[in-house]
Design a binder for this molecule. Sequence first.
Ligand code: SF4
Length: 441
Amino acid sequence: MTEQKLAHLVTFGCQMNEADSELMAGLLEGMGYDCTDDPAQADIILLNTCCVRETAENKVWGLLGKLKRLKRQKPELIIGVSGCMPQQKGVVAEIKRRFPHVDLVLGTYNRHELPDMIGRIRSDRAKVHEVWEEAGALPEGFPVKRQGGIRAWVPVIHGCNNFCTYCIVPHVRGRERSRRPEAVVEDVRKLVEQGYQEVTLLGQNVNSYGKDLGSEMDFAGLLYRLNEIENLWRIRYMTSHPRDFSERLVEAVAACDKVCENFHLPAQAGSNRVLKRMNRGYTREYYLDLVAKIRAMIPDAGISTDLMVGFPGETEEDFAQTVDLVRQVRYDQAFTFVYNPRRGTPAAGMPDQVPDEVKSRRIQELITLQKEIALGQNRALEGSILEVLVEGTAQNDPGLVTGRCRTNKQVTFLGTPELAGRLIQVKIDEGHLAYLAGHQV
Ligand code: SF4
């Protein structure tokens, strides 16, 4: 009787990394590994890493140190590192030098080579550290092991050509490569057959979808195509780059009944001077105009964003422009970040780095303002009726169920677990900072 092999995957970072982990979990399952949450039980431990911020990297270095003890207790244990960290120049050598107990290293371009690499480690009792310099053709047709449930990630484009000066992503995820439309459609069809009701289309910049496919199909075209799939209830997508958000795309969101009216538009800053130094490729005027166009075509649209404070050279005047942009747009949600230099990015070498105390004062001011606005936006929904896709029982109260409305706000209401996976009309009674409370109608 063959002994059950167990794999423990730890995922850091963004949704794209989660989707990569689901692919690697599928490959491991194909090799006979079951997933375990307990590293002490595992035969392979794989850290799928992120390097978008120093904090994410430090967590990995810390964990690799701790895993040394497990390796000593169980020498046949395979310890692996994958994802964006080893894709950076010099990191493979650093892992070899600092953590010789790491058996397996792979990057973001060769994750589909995992079975072959593990096979070689097992057969040759050797270490395999291989990171591809160049991204090859996008791997298709590999098994994906998802958590189950009603919502699924579907990568549609990999890489980014934008080279924002603070961002490491183009250096570790390569140039934009779109999956063929028929491969995406097939994926989504299969997911619907498996009982998923909502898909989120993933890419560092989904709006560029199809640009590398000649004139075959652009992102709006893909949305129209997926909107035809029966028994699929909702389509979401992330992340968009405002510069590439065309009027045609806004029209597609308005016209496609399954595409949720939720726009995540990372502004990053409100000052044209800072946007230029960030190489964002648009002005505050262009951005505000885009928001106005969206709201003119889709009045109930939900708009969220990413904002950064403390970019090198950011003056009080520049920061005031960011604050003013937030006041004007009135975001439903904003993810706020303090700039921190990433080695290998142009901004890290820029003069006029902003002192930490100034950064923390600015981020506090922005968070306080955005909380006021988000609460106001949620209170404004009191009395309205929203369609909620129920995900399950609320964590802190078994008598309540929770789900998301089309603009991606969390909604809780009295209900039984059987409602999971169903679309329910909910009347909103109370708007809170981070969620809405209501009752089924
Ligand atoms: S659009 Fe800019 S911030 Fe986003 S992944 Fe690309 S380079 Fe990074």
